[in-house]
Design a binder for this molecule. Structure first.
Ligand code: ATP
Ligand code: MG
Length: 464
């Protein structure tokens, strides 16, 4: 076919597999060729193969071979031996390709990943340890043979049926590694696939094994789930199967809490609409959308949720902390949740607008507005309801006027105060700088050296 890359010399395949070969990029073909020239079996496997068959862009490239990691390091000088699971990473033009020696897994303990890994000898046994049939496909060959699709578990048919199904007995596979249940709902959202009924039933039965998983592994899947077009597909499955309750009791408790928003819908439905409405390319906003009303179930009283923003900020930080999100992410989400209830009125003074800017800081403010837009949509309102557009314009005006938001915008700094007023480093110096910021937020005209030094001196005498 015109326009498609021509397969490498060793990758000529039969008619039906030709479209697969044509979608494998040159660098991947080149890595397969290096392995095969050395007399090794070599395959593209897992999610990357699944995605190219579906016509999606793969997130990462996984290759499998019978060559041992030591051999891979000599075949690919500069390759990095990544972990104890036999994976070697090869860089080509800034892209990372992971080559994993065939494995068979052993000694699953505590419902987590295997304790010990044994190298395998065939692609079939390597595929057998993988989680879902659509992830247990391989494309490649043993040395001397023609590359073909290896599909021992009916993965291709499940791709066509858009269905996730565990390889082998679902209950056993989830008992080996409980993360597979979270991966199932994540993949269902990402690929917009259904989960086959026996696999889904096994998740519902064993959901509580998720509590044995590390927060990091859950967070990794949650992160990918939230990047789906419609995260609600996976989140609703989490709620329905009981996975959500293992991860966050507070979010699971949103089910059934009445909301006077969209007729017939509860608080969980509102959260789902809000997450889907949040911009896909703004991961912080999506994450915040998920937890923005996490404080509502515990503050619900007579149809009001007084203080749910402050309570929610703490609960959100607690949840993200347990999931080991980075500190800055936790703080940002907490800040947004605590501030998501502002109610803008056209009567707000410019000072009020500047105070909001100062409280949030510029990047967080953009996220707060995006969150409120999603929250409006999630409440069945127009995106700019509650004067959001006007507020956005007024914020832009203030920012254009170069309003001072923090110490870095003041025309004096700590050194000036030390030099001019004989102050020393310490909390008094810090508090004076903060009060000067406050003055300038109120009235930008005060951001002038003599004025600020005079004010600082006055503050100093007050403090004494
Ligand atoms: P993504 O599109 O996010 O990369 P993926 O399915 O490729 O999704 P990876 O984490 O890259 O996910 O894993 C690559 C492959 O390794 C999977 O497709 C699957 O075959 C296998 N795999 C990953 N995690 C597990 C697991 N917990 N249990 C069994 N097999 C797994
Ligand atoms: Mg992958």
């Amino acid at each position: 076919m015109a326009g498609l890359p021509v397969p490498g010399p060793q990758l000529i395949t039969n008619e039906t597999d030709a479209p697969i070969a044509a979608r494998i990029p040159r660098p991947v073909q080149a890595i397969l060729d290096v392995l095969r020239d050395d007399g090794r079996a070599a395959y593209v496997v897992g999610g990357s193969l699944r995605d190219i068959i579906l016509g999606r862009a793969p997130y990462d490239w996984d290759l499998a071979t019978d060559a041992r990691p030591e051999v891979l390091q000599t075949l690919f000088p500069g390759a990095i031996y990544q972990n104890t699971f036999g994976t070697v990473a090869v860089q080509r033009d800034g892209v990372q390709y992971e080559i994993t020696t065939f494995r068979r897994d052993h000694d699953y303990a505590d419902f987590r990943r295997p304790h010990r890994v044994e190298f395998g000898t065939t692609i079939e046994e390597d595929l057998a340890r993988r989680d879902f049939t659509v992830n247990a496909l391989a494309w490649g060959a043993v040395p001397g043979a023609t590359a073909t699709l290896i599909d021992p578990f009916g993965g291709r048919a499940d791709l066509e049926g858009r269905r996730l199904q565990a390889v082998g007995n679902a209950a056993d596979r989830f008992g080996e590694d409980a993360l597979r249940m979270v991966r199932a709902v994540r993949l269902a959202a990402q690929l917009e696939f259904i989960i086959a009924p026996p696999t889904l039933a096994a998740i519902s039965r064993q959901a509580e094994l998720v509590r044995y998983l590390s927060g990091e592994r859950i967070a990794g899947e949650l992160h990918k789930l939230l990047a789906a077009d419609r995260p609600s597909i996976g989140l609703r499955l989490m709620e329905a199967t009981g996975l959500l309750r293992q991860i966050s009791i507070e979010l699971a408790d949103q089910r059934g809490v009445a909301q006077a928003k969209v007729a017939g819908e509860d608080l969980w439905d509102h959260t789902m609409r809000t997450v889907d409405a949040a911009p896909r390319d703004a991961p912080i906003v999506r994450l915040t959308a998920l937890v923005h009303d996490i404080g509502k179930p515990s503050t619900a009283s007579d149809g009001h949720f007084i203080g749910h923003d402050a309570v929610g900020g703490d609960l959100a930080e607690g949840l993200l902390g347990r999931l080991h999100f980075p500190r800055v992410v936790i703080e940002r989400v907490g800040l947004l949740v605590r501030n998501h209830m502002f109610s803008y009125e056209p009567a707000w003074s410019d000072t009020a607008v500047r105070r909001l800017i100062a409280r949030l800081g510029e990047p967080a403010l953009g996220e707060l507005l995006a969150l409120r837009t999603a929250d409006n949509l999630g409440s069945g309102l127009p995106p700019d309801a509650n004067g959001l557009d006007e507020l956005r314009t007024r914020i832009a005006e203030q920012l254009q006027a170069k309003v001072v938001l923090d110490r870095s915008g003041l025309v004096v700094d700590g050194d000036d105060l030390i030099r001019e007023l004989g102050l020393a480093e310490g909390p008094i110096l810090g508090s004076i700088l903060d009060r000067l910021v406050e003055v300038v937020v109120n009235d930008p005209a005060q951001n002038d050296r003599p004025t600020l030094l005079l004010l600082a001196q006055a503050m100093l005498t007050e403090d004494r």
